[in-house]
Design a protein around this ligand. Structure first.
Ligand code: HEC
Length: 316
């Protein structure tokens, strides 16, 4: 474990800039209200120190920008963050320079300085929101666990999916988590925690499979159209099936496989769990190849679209 990485200096330093801003805003606010020399001095001092530290923040921001591996699809946010970050530092420097000059003539500051402080705070706030919320929280940029396929459960969402795509996103998360755990178990020795995690993910996938079986068809554009299916199984080959029934059938298969995965994990049987997980994956492939991928060519299921990699850094 590294104590600190070069790319972590920037997100550490931003706290100085962000942390000092309320003080600067309140300082100039109080100074303007009471024409107070003391508040003016306090705000000016905070501003000058913050401007200087922000230069370091931006310098390390450029370092992070250069060394962090950027996935596709994030270019807009990446350059917006860089541009607004640089603009914030420039604004702080100009503001500080103006204040230092004004101080020499007048020991108190007024409404203009307060307005300037609020404007700079908004600029920094937007840059920080992009950095913290979009780049780190949503996309996991420079977050090691995210890059390794995070094992942490998703930040909470309501229990029932809102639509088929949402159900798929959740399925992906639980599936990816169990894949990570399984890889870990295969390489190192499997522990009780690993089995418990796989059993939990399997149960979640199972609940989702049940939801997909019941609600999924309503999200197909044309669930009543006939669906060709390529299962070698028995009499079902002769039965004409609608797309909705087909989706429900494959969801039931996924339900059976995830239930088996949960049982195998409960029995602490790695080999059996590995086989069950492989079956789960094969079901993802089967269903996607029959219900999802051909939809690119057939407009009948217009809601399906190919995965866009990295919309917000999603990698599976
Ligand atoms: C019962 C059929 C079926 C099974 C089984 C299935 N999928 Fe899907 N999946 C679909 C369909 C249909 C879509 C397209 C949905 C849409 O775009 O509205 C889709 C789309 C997706 C998407 C894209 C979601 C998005 O935001 O665009 C992901 C990710 C995904 N599936 C992951 C998985 C994983 C992982 C598995 C296996 C654990 C799996 N799916 C199993 C039918 C299935």
């Amino acid at each position: 474990v590294q104590i600190i990485r070069l790319s972590t200096v920037h997100p550490a330093l931003v706290h100085f800039t962000i942390g000092a801003l309320p003080f600067i805003v309140i300082g100039y606010g109080m100074a303007a209200r009471g024409r107070s020399e003391r508040w003016t001095f306090a705000a000016d001092a905070a501003l000058v120190v913050t401007a200087a530290l922000t230069v370091a923040t931006v310098a390390f921001g450029l370092v992070s920008n250069a060394i962090v591996p950027w996935p596709g699809g994030l270019a807009l946010w990446r350059w917006l963050h860089l541009g607004l970050g640089a603009a914030s530092a420039a604004a702080l420097l100009v503001f500080a320079a103006v204040r230092l000059r004004r101080r020499q003539r007048l020991p108190t500051s007024g409404g203009a300085s307060f307005g300037g402080a609020v404007a700079v705070a908004i600029l920094v706030g937007v840059a920080a929101w992009i950095g913290g919320e979009v780049l780190v929280f949503q996309s996991g940029i420079a977050v090691r666990a995210a890059g390794e396929g995070a094992l942490a459960p998703l930040a909470t969402r309501p229990r029932t999916p809102t639509n088929l795509r949402d159900a798929m996103d959740r399925l992906r998360a639980a599936w990816a988590a169990s894949e990570s755990t399984m890889s870990e178990m295969i390489v190192h020795s499997p522990g009780g925690d690993d089995f418990a995690a796989i059993a939990r993910d399997a149960r979640q996938m199972n609940e989702l499979a049940q939801w997909i079986g019941v609600e999924g068809p309503t999200f197909l554009r044309n669930p009543g159209r006939p669906s060709e299916h390529h299962h070698e199984d028995r009499e079902s080959e002769d039965l004409p099936m609608t797309a909705g029934e087909h989706l429900a059938m494959m969801a039931r298969e996924l339900g059976a496989q995830t239930a088996e995965l949960e049982r195998a994990a409960g029995a602490r049987d790695v080999t059996r769990a590995a086989r069950a997980l492989a079956e789960v994956q094969a079901e993802c492939v089967d269903c996607h190849s029959e219900m999802r991928w051909p939809a690119r060519a057939t407009p009948a299921m217009g809601s399906a679209r190919p995965i866009e990699p990295g919309v917000l850094g999603q990698q599976f």
